[in-house]
Design a protein around this ligand. Structure first.
Ligand code: FUL
Length: 696
């Protein structure tokens, strides 16, 4: 039975509305709402991650915990350079790896010797957390810390004593360095490590081991304004979006349930009827990996990639946490700086002129016909004011009439999330040549939603809320005409050694060079695959738009010797050759019945001198396979006698399935064997997108 007050309320509402009386009371919250800390954080939108640790000096993605502190030698360390770059890029804060999985501390913690206090550099007197927090203050940036729960150095890791150690370190970081806006507890947990010399594998239950409820209490006591990020244990203030590739789902609810596991796929979307406010933060690196590797100097994200990142994070109700790896000398690489500057310039240009500002706004419904909630509130300059409808409304539209026909290609819309996230689906239409034309049909909005579409010229624009959890509220609506940025082509080399260049759009022409020079509209025009023999190839290519005379940035790839004569010996099926086809999006996986360890054996066709190998895991691996986390790489001259030349882990491959590169001393061999010792999912077969070798 319905409670009486509810029925009475309904009758009253109906009476008010049928009599045309005003509903002037402010709208009430719907569902879970953000805390003040979460709200403040959401408004930051864009901030930096910085990865720097002892493994910067061993070229590894994860330190093992046994690295010699003497290696740590950032001779040109300049935290002010980091802060300046972030500030100039328009970022609002920096989160720093004070301690990554190696356990090495970048501040002189009282509780361990494994830190900057035991390095010869600056006679052990440095405190990088201090230098960076000071630089952040100087540049007006907020400061956050990453303290890895997993510690591959500490002897007590896995035992209850370690929790005391972990909390002591938190106490230091959250007490001695001023305000901390966010703390990051990474989910990588347990596994092999040095552990004070034990050199063993330790397993923990990440749900119970860290006693998160009490750790959170401590954090909030020390830093009442903080937000906690945690993808491993108890529900925190912020959630991982289930990928490190730089996007969150188009449907993105800032909600989860307080308890229960959330499958990674669901992290991308949140839970529509979740009982707790847990918004998504999109974390990704400006290069493929989190730590610096010289080999990635040519892999810095391009402007079009960074723009995608922007629209796929901030434009989808997320925040963007963009990482800079620090070089061994202690600086951010100039290419990363340049990329992020171009990115800042391009976003500024894209959102420079709000074409909705002078439009006339009207709505199908307005709350109690009250000026405080009318359609104009969605386009005024006040971010706190909003257009609202009466409580019973679930379907309403807001129309903008432009002063003159207006061309635009971006649409931005915001809900006042202080009162909950409501909209479930909406359309955007443009009034063109006397007709309404639908230009987008989408689901959630949240704090901010930005849509991209081909330029349309219209006299009116209409936002229609099709479905919502409560009466719709819109605090901001804007349209822009962003300059077009040409997408650089995708370049590949197939097994026959031919290069393929694919455009990102249909209007561009493609040009390339093979001699290291910069391609222009005067160099080779690409029309069909190009034969390049079997040697190494240095390919550079651009997309060029003949009507605007605009060129894309250069795509470049240095291909090693062609894999023309290679034969896969361990599998005779044709699909296995997808690991040699040069296309990162095709993959092959071992037979499911293949027990571990599983081998991929290849005949190179002739003897080669090898200095390393590369493995690109299947990109869609979670759909049907798993990927290798621990491997052995063997070589042979005769297929009978094998020698192991490299062995170890592919750290972080699960969260970030990028090219894995392993180097070793020069070795002559005709046969190679990549042995999968362990993969991401026990009992499942490993998937491979590409295998390649490195020659001198
Ligand atoms: C991951 C870690 O394992 C990576 O090394 C990196 O720190 C990233 C931000 O989170 O899960």
């Amino acid at each position: 039975m319905m409670p009486t007050y509810f029925v009475l309320g309904l009758i009253l509402n109906l009476m008010i509305q049928s009599a045309g009386w005003s509903q002037t009371n402010p709208p009430q919250p719907v569902g879970p709402v953000p805390s003040e800390n979460q709200l403040r954080w959401q408004k930051m939108e864009y901030y930096a991650f910085i990865h720097f640790s002892i493994n910067t000096y061993t070229d590894m993605a994860w330190g093992l915990g046994n690295e010699d502190p003497k290696l740590f030698n950032p001779t040109k360390l300049d935290c002010r350079q980091w802060a300046r770059i972030c500030k100039e890029a328009g970022m609002k804060g920096i989160i720093f790896t004070a301690k990554h999985h190696s356990g090495f501390c970048l501040w002189p913690s009282k509780y361990t010797d494994y830190s900057v206090k035991n390095v010869p550099w600056r006679n052990g007197k440095a405190d990088i957390v201090r230098e960076l927090s000071d630089a952040c203050k100087e540049y007006g940036l907020k400061f956050g810390v990453y303290l890895s729960p997993w510690d591959r150095n500490h002897a007590d890791y896995g035992k209850p004593e370690y929790i005391t150690y972990f909390r002591n370190q938190l106490q230091e970081l959250l007490t001695n360095y001023g305000d901390i806006f966010e703390v990051w507890f990474d989910g990588a947990n347990g596994g092999s490590g040095y552990y004070g010399g034990a050199n063993e594998t330790r397993k923990i239950d990440s749900k119970t081991y860290y006693d998160w409820p009490n750790t959170y209490k401590l954090v909030r006591k020390l830093q009442p304004n903080i937000v906690i990020w945690n993808d491993g244990g108890d529900r925190a203030d912020l959630r991982w979006v289930g990928t490190e590739a730089g996007y969150v789902g188009e449907t993105n609810w800032s909600l989860l349930n307080a308890t229960g596991d959330v499958p990674e796929q669901m992290l991308r979307h949140g839970v529509e009827n979740g009982d707790t406010w847990v918004p998504g933060e999109v974390n990704t690196s400006i290069r493929p990996e989190w730590f610096y590797h010289e080999r990635e100097d040519r892999k810095v994200k391009t402007l079009p990639q960074l723009m995608d990142l922007y629209y796929n994070s901030i434009g989808r109700n997320g925040t963007l946490l963009l990482n800079f790896p620090i070089m061994p000398n202690g600086l951010i690489h100039e290419k990363d700086e340049k990329a992020v500057q171009e990115f800042a310039k391009a976003t500024k240009e894209a959102f420079a002129v709000n074409l909705a500002k002078n439009a006339r706004a009207t709505a199908s419904h307005e709350r109690g016909k009250n000026a405080a909630y009318d359609a104009r509130k969605a386009i005024d300059a006040d971010p706190e004011s909003y257009w609202a409808t009466d409580d019973a409304v679930r379907n309403a539209s807001l129309t903008l009439r432009f002063v003159k026909p207006t061309a635009f290609n971006r649409f931005l819309v915001q809900e006042p999330i202080r009162l909950g996230q409501r909209v479930k689906s909406f359309t955007v239409e443009a009034f063109v040549d006397g007709n309404w034309k639908e230009i987008a049909r989408q689901t959630t909005i949240g704090y901010k939603r930005i849509l991209r579409f081909p330029t349309v010229e219209a006299t009116q624009l209409r936002l229609t809320i099709l479905d919502t959890k409560g009466p719709p509220l819109i605090s901001n609506l804007a349209v822009y005409k962003a300059p077009l940025i040409l997408t650089p082509p995708v370049v590949m080399r197939d097994q026959a050694g031919e290069i393929h260049i694919q455009p990102g759009d249909t209007e561009s022409e493609l040009y390339y060079t093979l001699d290291g020079s910069t391609p222009t509209a005067k160099t080779n025009r690409y029309t069909a695959p190009v034969k390049t023999g079997t040697g190494k190839v240095d390919l550079k290519a651009i997309a060029y738009n003949p009507s605007t005379k605009q060129s894309s940035i250069v795509s470049e790839e240095k291909f090693d010797v062609a894999r023309t004569a290679w034969k896969i010996l361990s599998a005779d099926a044709k699909p296995a050759y997808q690991v040699l086809d040069g296309n990162p999006n095709t993959s092959w996986r071992q037979n499911k019945s293949q027990p571990m360890p599983a081998d991929l054996v290849i005949d190179l066709g002739k003897e080669e001198t090898l200095t390393g190998f590369r493995y690109l895991p299947a990109q869609n691996w979670w759909e049907e396979s798993s990927i290798i986390t621990h491997y052995q790489f063997e070589v042979s001259a005769d297929k009978t006698n094998w020698k192991t030349v490299s062995e170890g882990e592919f750290p972080n491959i699960k969260n970030s399935p990028v090219w894995q590169t392993k180097s070793f001393g020069p070795t002559k061999a005709r046969y190679i064997k990549l042995r999968a010792l362990k993969n991401t999912q026990e009992g499942s077969a490993s998937g491979y997108a590409e295998i390649d070798i490195i020659t001198p």
